[in-house]
Structure formats: C-alpha cells, structure tokens
Design a protein around this ligand. Structure first.
Ligand SMILES: Cc1cc2nc3c(=O)[nH]c(=O)nc-3n(C[C@H](O)[C@H](O)[C@H](O)COP(=O)(O)O)c2cc1C
Length: 195
C-alpha cells in the first residue's frame, strides 16, 4: 500500500503541476480580457459641429482619446463657394487630402469613427481617413449625424473602405447633435461586446 502510494505520488505531483499551470494561464487570460481596450474617437465635423458634439460624448463615456480629421483645403465660409466645392467632391467622390498631426493608430484597439451624412454616404474627409490609414485588426465602430434623412449607407461605407478591420455596423446615428440620450449605454454595450 505504502509502496503504491509512493509510486503514485510523482505522477500526482506532475499532474497537479500541469493543472496549476493551466489555471495560471486561465487567470492570465481573464486578466488580459478585463484590461480596458484602448479607444480612439476619430471624427470629421463641419457645418454645425454636430458630429464633434457626438464624438465628445463618446469620449466622455469611453475615456478614449479624441482625434479631429482635418482637410488640407478647408471648406470655405462663404455658402456659395462651399456648396460648389462640396458638390464637386461628393458628385465625383473625391477623397480630399488630409492635414494635421498623424494619428497613432497602432496605440488603439477600438476606433469609433464619426462623420456627418453627406448625400446618404460618409463625408469625403472620412472616406479619405479610412483610405489613408491602415486600421486592419482594429475594431471600428461608426457614428454619424444627419439632418433627418437618417444614416443612409454610411455604416456599410465604413465596412467597404476598411479592409481587414472588424466593422460593427450597428453604429450610432443622431439627428444633428441631439438624441444623445442612451449614448452612455450604447458605448458601454459596444465596449462590452468587443472586449
Ligand atoms: C454636402 C452635404 C450633404 C448632406 N447630405 C445629407 C443627407 O443625405 N442626409 C441628411 O440627413 N443630412 C445631410 N446633410 C446634413 C448633415 O449631415 C447634418 O447637418 C450633420 O449633422 C452636419 O454635421 P456637422 O455639423 O458635424 O458637419 C448634408 C450636409 C452636407 C454639407
């Protein structure tokens, strides 16, 4: 009996060690999963600052960093000149050159991307952003502001322009800057869904 226990012990110790190692790995993985995702809220806003207002609400709920997408050729204040440039860009689907500091995309796991709705699609500067920067392996969550026409094709535009990233097409859409009631819960839900 003593002899058989003696023979069994080394195996039990090895097995126990193996279990201990596995459970350590489990704990480590759980710890990793509870680490807060690193969030960037990138947006373009022009007419009334509506999309910027939504972006700031998302930042305050997510604790993320904010990045304003800017264009090299600014949209003129003069209504007629602005309309001419916008019509040309939208109709010809021109991606305007961007300016401003380069975003440090590599630092982030989740990118909320915000745009006004232009002609039922993403605004041209946001298309430029998605075209210019490599967001592969990131989770990309769109949000848009519009003036009553709804989100149009904006969420699927993000998916079309963002190859290799995970696009959550259940984004946020608001009429102007308003209707932000519920945004805290939405942000919380999105972060829980993806991390
Ligand atoms: C060129 C252009 C096209 C627009 N097209 C639409 C549209 O298709 N549907 C809509 O509801 N609003 C449209 N709008 C209105 C804007 O989406 C809306 O005012 C938005 O909240 C503006 O956001 P911003 O203040 O961040 O620029 C358009 C505005 C512009 C300048």
């Amino acid at each position: 009996m003593t002899k058989s226990l003696f023979l069994f012990l080394p195996f039990a110790m090895i097995a126990n060690n193996a279990f201990a190692t596995k459970s350590n790995i489990d704990v480590a993985m759980k710890t990793q999963n509870t680490t807060a995702p690193r969030v960037l809220v990138a947006y373009f806003s022009m007419l009334y600052g509506n999309t910027g207002d939504v972006a700031r609400a998302i930042v305050s709920e997510s604790g993320g960093d904010i990045y304003r997408i800017m264009v090299e050729e600014e949209y003129p204040d003069d209504d007629k000149a602005r309309k001419k440039l916008l019509t040309q860009q939208v109709e010809q689907n021109i991606f305007p050159a961007l300016s401003g500091p380069e975003p440090e995309i590599a630092k982030y796991d989740v990118i909320f991307i915000g745009s006004p709705v232009w002609g039922n699609h993403l605004s041209q500067p946001v298309k430029s952003f998605l075209h210019k920067y490599d967001l592969s392996n990131k989770t990309v969550i769109p949000f848009v502001s519009h003036s009553g026409g709804g989100r149009g094709h904006t969420f699927s535009d993000v998916a079309d322009l963002c190859s290799g990233c995970t696009v959550d097409t259940d984004g946020w859409s608001s009429w102007g800057a308003g209707r932000q009631r519920g945004i805290a819960k939405w942000v919380e839900k999105k972060l829980a869904q993806h991390y």
